[in-house]
Design a protein around this ligand. Structure first.
Ligand SMILES: [Mg+2]
Length: 202
């Protein structure tokens, strides 16, 4: 308890804001926080071919997402990374280094790998991160008997198409702007109204 109190006393303004954001998300009924990786958690796009090493990529982790993920991992939220990148081991190492004090075993990383690949046909409509999210929801149910409804998912992604698709599927989505700060995220969360949105019939 003593060390916990000490942690609170040294909270930066950003950490405090992240704490408020996470509390508000939980209060508003979000259960699953899903983050894109390239140009969202990190400010660069690795294109799945990052060759400059883990440490160099850790330097590109945006401070607001470091703070947000740290707080989210300490909360009741389920946290996941949804990415098209194939460099899953690299992403895991980057987040392990960026979030040294966090329990990242709680973090589900779903990217394209030999074990899992989103299936797509040219004729399919774009599915954004839907297959990733469906896979994660199944895993949460199988492992923890947690049921996550569509409207209880918040996607943070720099790609507007991924955000539009997420909204079509009834999720909440925040399009991460270039140079995003914790205040931007806090402002979005303040405005967020989590309503059950039924997907449009196709
Ligand atoms: Mg991205």
């Amino acid at each position: 308890m003593g060390s916990h109190e000490k942690d609170i006393s040294v909270l930066s303004a950003e950490d405090q804001l992240a704490k408020d954001v996470v509390r508000e998300l939980v209060e508003k009924g979000i259960k699953l926080l899903a983050l894109d990786f390239d140009r969202t958690i990190v400010s660069v796009h690795t294109a799945g071919y990052w060759k400059q090493g883990t440490q160099k990529l850790v330097e590109h982790v945006r401070p607001c997402f470091r703070a947000l993920m740290k707080e989210a991992l300490e909360s009741n939220l389920h946290v996941c990374v949804v990415t098209y990148s194939t460099q899953i081991a690299l992403i895991k190492d980057v987040l392990k280094m960026a979030l040294v004090k966090s329990n990242i075993s709680k973090l589900i990383i779903r990217g394209n790998s030999k074990e899992w690949l989103p299936t797509s046909n040219i004729s399919d409509p774009p599915l954004g991160k839907e297959q990733h999210l469906a896979c994660i929801c199944t895993e949460l149910f199988n492992d923890k008997h947690v049921i996550v409804a569509a409207h209880e998912i918040l996607l943070l992604d720099d790609d507007d198409e991924n955000c539009d698709i997420a909204r079509e599927f009834g999720h909440q989505a925040f399009q991460v702007p270039e140079g995003v700060t914790m205040s931007d995220i806090a402002q979005y969360v303040k405005m967020l109204e989590v309503k059950k949105i039924l997907p449009c019939p196709s």
